[in-house]
Write a protein that binds this ligand. Structure first.
Ligand code: ZN
Length: 596
């Protein structure tokens, strides 16, 4: 469809009704707007689903504190779209007339205002909007094009329980819980606090509004959404980033989504983070950059899937203030997306904790944390540019075992000769063998650098995936005779005790990466980073090669010996006396293949 055709379509459609006013009150399905019509103040009721989807049922905030609401139709104020006889006329009135011959004729009369339709496309008391400050907004609302040029990630507008949106900064009142006794008096009932959203105040709820969140003890300090969300909203506006702020769950939660960019344009993301942090670009319009990142960028330029990045700031009357990094990945061509969140900040309402937080300082800290996390995520992505092949796999393994990182140990040698009489089997060293398994079989569920992640295979990213996978999944390993060293059921675990191991693996992989990048940077080489590494190796890994022969005790009956220039040791079973005679031995190699 050409641009012209789209415009014609838009012109053919009925223009939206637009009124400027304020919220009278709302319900789960309807919004009542207070506005100034040409013949005086009036109220108009609109079903939530009839609002323009771009401006939404909470309307568009105007600079003077009023709101502009756009909708396709309003409920007829005369009959209120019902047939019950209320204040106004019913939608249809049936008058029965008994004729002289005794027959009955029914005369059906429709509501004069809406002709029995129940809804109106033209208001009986329309508004004349002439304020020049409002004209542009009103025009685009009437044409249904408001906000259409600002694409928002689908992470935005995630509705609440009902899917209905509320004003993010709704007026939430709190009062001590009470009930009405038989005399019609309010009686306070204990040391508890309840919150009400007065946007919902109407006759049905004694003008209290709707109850928000759970009833709280008196130690709960009520904190309005405004001061919690505003510093982030100010930062997003100042940085000119697409954002969306809204309330859900009848005002219980206020949510601010800030779009930062997508992974196709890392420079844009980096610049946007700088803007969010309130940093100014230099005279050429460039922000200060991270030199390590620049070097990492000179790799192959291979890219993973497109990921949208953003921040989601949420404050809830039910007890918490959270900031999450949202990563949204398109998972198939029909536009389905998967969203994952990485928690950065979570503060719960306990005592006056929330009230004591300096929101501006916290906002600055969050921006800085996001910047660090983003840099870190990018560096991990750039691990794809560090090849880990052949002897470097041995070196990584030796490094982990020599330093006993997160419990890595060399296997021992058992007393049992293998069934074919060829050798003694290895015992223990489960992580050692799992590591090899994961490097040789990238399609293992706990590794996941198989065909879908081909860029990662045989790279430092593959190494990190293997290490992370064996820590979180604890896969089983086969011993030398085909027996199974039990692991837990291979399913992800998120136990806090795993965190230490995960951090240790992350640290060691980043150290290897930094070593490679620094060496490359100092060399001034014209080669790409992966080509340079393939030719020159990685300094930190090459240091693993033994400069001279060595022996390290592995306990009463075991020791490990290294020949000069070797990477992995020979496992030796020794006599349990001072002589430590070598009874049998086996050269440890990563060429070990489990017996099926
Ligand atoms: Zn009517």
């Amino acid at each position: 469809m050409s641009k012209q055709e789209i415009e014609n379509d838009a012109q053919c459609a009925d223009p939206h009704i637009v009124v400027i006013g304020s919220l009278d009150h709302m319900t789960d399905t309807k919004v009542v707007i207070d506005y100034e019509g040409t013949s005086g103040p009036d109220l108009i009721t609109v079903t939530r689903t009839d609002f323009d989807p771009n401006s939404g049922s909470i309307g568009v905030a105007l600079s003077d504190g009023l709101r502009a609401y756009a909708f396709t139709r309003a409920i007829c104020p005369t009959c209120n779209n019902t047939n019950t006889q209320g204040d106004g006329a019913p939608r249809f009135t049936t008058i029965e007339v008994t004729n002289e011959d005794g027959t009955v004729t029914r005369n059906k009369t429709a509501c004069a205002t809406c002709d029995g339709k129940g809804t109106l496309k033209v208001l009986p008391n329309p508004q004349s909007i002439t304020d020049p400050d409002h004209i542009d907004t009103v025009d685009s609302l009437q044409q249904g094009t408001y906000g259409a040029d600002v694409p928002m990630a689908s992470m935005s507008r995630a509705g609440g329980m009902s899917g209905a949106l509320d004003d993010w900064n709704a007026n939430i009142t709190h009062q001590t819980a009470s009930f009405v006794n038989q005399k019609g008096e309010f009686v306070e009932c204990g040391d508890v606090v309840q919150h009400f959203n007065t946007d919902y105040a109407c006759e049905d709820n004694n003008y209290l509004g709707v109850l928000v969140g759970r009833t709280k003890g008196s130690t709960y300090t009520s904190v309005q959404h405004g001061p919690k969300i505003q510093p982030y909203l100010d930062a997003a506006r100042a940085a000119g980033l697409p954002h969306n702020v809204y309330g859900t769950n009848r005002g219980r939660d206020a949510i601010l989504d800030i779009g930062i960019g997508d992974s196709r344009n890392p420079q844009e993301i980096s610049d946007n983070i700088n803007r969010l942090m309130g940093r100014a670009p230099d005279t050429d319009g460039n922000f200060p950059s991270n030199p390590m990142q620049d070097i990492a960028d000179s790799g192959t330029g291979r890219r993973g899937s497109v990921i949208n990045f953003g921040l989601q700031v949420k404050h809830s009357f039910d007890g918490a203030f959270t900031v999450n990094i949202i990563m949204e990945r398109l998972i198939c061509t029909n536009g389905m997306v998967s969203t994952s969140a990485r928690s950065m900040v979570s503060i719960s309402h306990k005592g006056d904790t929330m009230a004591r937080v300096d929101d501006k300082k916290l906002a600055a800290a969050v921006m800085a944390m996001f910047s660090d996390t983003w840099d870190e995520m990018r560096m991990v992505d750039k691990m794809n540019d560090i090849p880990i092949l052949g002897a470097d796999v041995d070196r990584v393994l030796a490094l982990l075992c020599n330093q006993k990182i997160a419990g890595f140990r060399y296997p021992g040698l058992s007393n049992i000769k293998q069934r074919d009489g060829s050798d003694y089997q290895m015992s223990g060293g489960k992580k050692f063998r799992n590591f090899l398994d994961g490097m040789e079989n990238p399609n293992r569920a706990w590794v996941r650098v198989g065909d879908d992640f081909a860029d990662k295979r045989n790279t430092l990213n593959h190494v990190l995936n293997v290490l992370t996978g064996l820590e979180t999944h604890n896969p089983a390993a086969r011993d030398g005779m085909g027996g199974l060293i039990m692991g837990s059921t291979p399913k992800p675990t998120t136990h806090a005790s795993k965190q230490e191991g995960l951090q240790a693996f992350h640290r060691v992989c980043r150290a290897i990466q930094n070593s490679a990048i620094e060496d490359y940077k100092n060399s001034g080489s014209d080669l790409s980073l992966p080509d340079y590494i393939a030719e020159n190796g990685i300094p930190m890994l090459m240091e693993v090669d033994r400069a001279e022969a060595a022996t390290v005790s592995g306990g009463k009956t075991h020791q490990f010996t290294w020949a000069e220039g070797s990477i992995l040791p020979t496992i030796e079973v020794v006599s349990a006396d001072l002589n430590r005679d070598v009874l049998r031995s086996r050269v440890l190699t990563t060429q070990y293949v489990a017996v099926a």
